[in-house]
Design a protein around this ligand. Structure first.
Ligand code: BGC
Length: 739
């Protein structure tokens, strides 16, 4: 009877919510409902909402029945299975609180899009938003309503394998993509049943792991924390991200999953954010291994008190640290019940926002009737893959190739490889849907061109028995396309490396093919910047394709044969050697800025300072000139703004897209500032011969920095403004800020 009453109340109130959408009124109704439920919950049931289990078996079904878990990771084998498990929570548990099903939907759910580092190379957040929206729809249709994405960790270190999961080295660019992904997953007007809750992760500074070794410690100043690592998280928060994941690493001696300063003072007090903090996989339990908690109970105490709302799966069936320990901690008075209530509120709010109380089950019919067309999803995947490709070198305009070419040799272990192209975190992607480069070339070339294909070698062993055939087919073909790089497992979690060269067996194959003196194009597939000095020096055309997902082969073929003019720009610096790492464009000038002739300036004896390819770099089949950079005011007041404009002209023969990039330097400040920082960008399309005047509004928040007391302010003085097509080739002007 009581249960029915509650369910009825849910129904009436949540219908009202639908109409009110996300108004303050709706928030008030949520609050009221949350309070009603809270008032009925036992301590066990409250703690249950703070526990996340992985998968479902008999033991876990019982936990659900007892209200001892609130969410499930990887428990979704399709909508029927989800509905079956949900029914246990809704119909068999005392209060009928629905579960949330979570899965890592990172770059697509069933339709697989380019990996995030590639997405960032598109410099097209709008398109990435659309792709994330599709991913959300597919996930929701399976019953997944919570994803652990976007990963917004800034990374300066390509040794760190997880660099593939993020948007590269720049906080501003990262912030733009963080916002786009959150908006794509969650929608912008409240979550309907086709959307999913997003999680920005891994909070915080996980990408700063010392030596690029995954899970390693991070020791950085609060300034670096605030200037580099926090901004993309802040952007996610400003876009109402539903949850944030606390990371594995320790930060300046305090593990991130027990860090009151970052989890509570910054997230709750400074940013006023009221979402759910979910731990990373057992990262609260791992406080014991950090040597920070003496046992799991203490770990639960420290993690919870610092601000971790939900404990993600432990290492054993009952390894959750919250499930066995929070109750004791409350009963012994170490954790006040009010703090538990506060955490439960965040979880229930999230469930209300997802509409789970009203629609706990997957509406299979709705998704069948409203399914997105495959052709639409594939076209977005193809467009994003096209835009993610970065042309690194194109000597004597070897590319684009002519479709009338008689024969092509296609060689390399990644040329006809579906599995690796799905890359890290492919959710429910199916390798059968991946168009390989071999298939893509067939699609674009038809029967008139001979495509001579052989693998040549594997990705990473010592077997060279395929070399001879590769050399033979190269000799009889007009051009050679070599598709080389990394296995999917070579980047992503727990995939740190000290050597960033292409595996030797592939590099030697490239050298042997090069020796045939045929025109050679290298297409790279990899999840991190690689040290490709020899290739870059000797091979006339080099294409960075990262991992592009389902449409890989079509996108690459369209680029190679000129149906798509490449426009991708690197979101991360390519070093010449691992010895240069960390290397990123927004470094400081130092007191001894580099000078060629002067030994006692900041430099290496055995390597240039410059990277192999700088941040923001990427070629096109056409060229763009930048001229007439102008500010509309030479002097502005501290609270004023100004415009800077530049004329960009397509001076080549092809229509093309260009990413116009704006960088600013505060020339003299009370704290040393980077030599440049990205502050704006715009992707434009220009026909041959056409000129566009691109302007950016420069507002004072773009000029502010954290002073010695870490307070944001604008200081009077000169500011240099630089605009160009990458972080090195820039034209500049300046203006003055006065008090
Ligand atoms: C990863 C997270 C991921 C989680 C759940 C962890 O190992 O660090 O990024 O979201 O597993 O799959």
């Amino acid at each position: 009877m009581q249960l029915k009453f509650i369910k009825l109340t849910f129904f009436i109130l949540s219908s009202a919510i639908l109409q009110l959408c996300f108004s303050t009124k709706a928030q008030e109704i949520y609050d009221q409902q949350v309070e009603e439920i809270l008032a009925r919950m036992t301590l066990d049931e409250k703690i249950g909402q703070l526990v996340q289990i992985v998968g479902v078996d008999g033991y876990r079904e019982e936990l659900i029945r007892q209200g001892k878990t609130g969410s499930i990771l990887f428990g979704n084998d399709g909508p029927e299975e989800v509905n079956k498990i949900q029914r246990i929570a809704v119909e068999e548990s005392r209060l009928g609180i629905p579960l949330i099903f979570a899965t890592d939907v990172i770059h697509g759910c069933q339709t697989i899009f380019p990996v995030p580092l590639a997405e960032a190379s598109s410099w097209n957040p709008e398109l990435v938003k659309t792709a994330s929206d599709i991913a959300a729809f597919e996930a929701a249709s399976m019953g997944i309503r919570w994803t652990f994405a976007p990963m917004v960790d800034i990374a300066h270190d390509p040794r760190w394998g997880r660099i593939v999961e993020g948007f590269g080295e720049d906080p501003y660019l990262g912030g733009n993509f963080a916002a786009a992904k959150v908006k794509g997953f969650q929608g912008e007007n409240g979550l309907d049943k086709t959307q999913i809750a997003a999680t920005s992760k891994h909070y915080i500074a996980y990408g700063g792991a010392e030596g690029g070794r995954d899970y390693n410690s991070v020791d950085i100043s609060e300034r670096t924390l605030r200037e580099v690592y926090l901004p993309p998280f802040h952007s996610a928060v400003q876009n109402n991200v539903a949850s944030i994941m606390s990371s594995f690493n320790d930060l300046n001696g305090i593990p991130s999953s027990a860090n009151y300063f970052t989890l509570t003072e910054i997230l709750r007090n400074e940013w006023n954010w009221d979402g759910v903090v979910v731990s990373d996989w057992n990262s609260v339990g791992e406080l014991v291994y950090h040597g920070f908690a003496k046992n799991k109970e203490e770990a639960a105490f420290l993690g919870f008190n610092a601000g971790v709302t939900i404990d993600m799966v432990g290492d054993t069936i009952d390894g959750n640290v919250y499930l066995p320990n929070l109750k004791n901690l409350v009963e012994r008075g170490r954790i006040p019940i009010e703090k538990i209530d506060e955490a439960v509120r965040y979880v229930l709010q999230m469930k209300f926002k997802l509409g789970l109380f009203e629609n706990p089950y997957v509406d299979v019919k709705f998704f069948e009737q409203n399914d997105l067309k495959k052709s639409y999803k594939d076209s977005i995947a193809l467009q994003l893959a096209n835009e993610s490709i970065v042309l690194l070198k194109n000597e004597n305009n070897l590319l684009p190739l002519n479709k009338n070419i008689k024969s092509v040799a296609l060689i390399g272990p990644l040329a006809d490889n579906q599995e690796d192209l799905l890359a890290s975190w492919a959710a429910f992607g199916d390798e059968e849907n991946v168009v390989t480069v071999l298939q893509g070339l067939k699609n674009i070339l038809g029967d008139d061109t001979d495509i001579n294909f052989t693998k040549g070698c594997n990705i990473n062993d010592e077997d060279t028995s395929g070399y001879e055939e590769a050399i033979e087919i190269s000799k009889v073909s007009d051009v050679v396309i070599l598709v080389v790089g990394e296995e999917r497992e070579m980047s992503g979690e727990a995939a740190s490396k000290t050597n960033l060269d292409i595996p030797a067996v592939q590099e030697n194959l490239i050298k042997r093919i090069y020796a045939t003196e045929k025109p050679v194009i290298v297409v790279l597939m990899n999840g991190r910047p690689l040290t490709i000095n020899w290739i870059s020096e000797n091979i006339p055309a080099v294409v960075e394709a990262w991992f592009l997902g389902d449409q890989t082969g079509n996108a690459i073929s369209e680029v190679l044969f000129g149906d798509y003019n490449p426009s991708g720009k690197l979101p991360v610096t390519f070093p010449r050697s691992t010895g240069q790492i960390p290397i990123y464009y927004y470094q400081k000038s130092t007191g001894r800025p580099f000078e060629e002739e002067d030994k006692f300036t900041s430099k290496y004896l055995d390597s240039p300072n410059t990277p192999l390819y700088p941040f923001g770099f990427g070629l096109s089949y056409t060229s763009f000139s930048y001229e007439n950079i102008e500010v509309d005011k030479a002097i502005i007041n501290k609270n004023d703004s100004l415009n800077v404009s530049v004329d960009v002209t397509n001076i080549g023969k092809f229509a093309g897209n260009e990413v116009v990039q704006l960088y600013i330097q505060d020339v003299v400040a009370s704290v040393t500032r980077p030599v440049k920082q990205l502050k704006g960008f715009e992707k434009i399309n220009l026909q041959p011969g056409a000129t566009r005047t691109v302007s950016f509004k420069i507002t004072t928040d773009m000029l502010s920095f954290l002073d010695r007391d870490l307070k944001s302010r604008v200081e009077p003085g000169r500011f240099k403004v630089m605009i160009g097509g990458n972080s090195e080739d820039l034209i500049s002007t300046s203006f003055e800020v006065i008090e």
